[in-house]
Design a protein around this ligand. Structure first.
Ligand SMILES: [Zn+2]
Length: 88
């Protein structure tokens, strides 16, 4: 099965819909996790760099052996491909 990620913070979403946020109509978002997106709106209004800085300690903490610099570098490559941050 294809790995799914939150299209805002890059968090792996797992195999169920449990981690997904909710749309304004109460349905599940197909793109964003419940931490980023709730009731049809983003929970934090931030730009991509701010989101990366917010995620750095989590990413580094969740991957033993990954330094904060490595986490930041990885996200700077990964985040521009996510739906929320795509400019094109
Ligand atoms: Zn998210």
């Amino acid at each position: 099965m294809e790995e799914r990620y939150c299209q805002s913070c890059g968090m792996p979403m797992g195999a169920t819909d449990e981690m997904y946020g909710t749309n304004a109509d109460g349905g599940k978002s197909e793109d964003y996790c419940k931490y980023c997106f709730d009731n049809g709106a983003f929970t934090a209004q931030c730009n991509m760099d701010e989101m990366i800085e917010f995620c750095v300690p989590h990413m580094s903490g969740a991957n033993s052996g990954m330094s904060e610099d490595e986490a930041r570098k990885m996200m700077r490559e990964f985040f521009p491909a996510l739906k929320r941050w795509k400019t094109a």
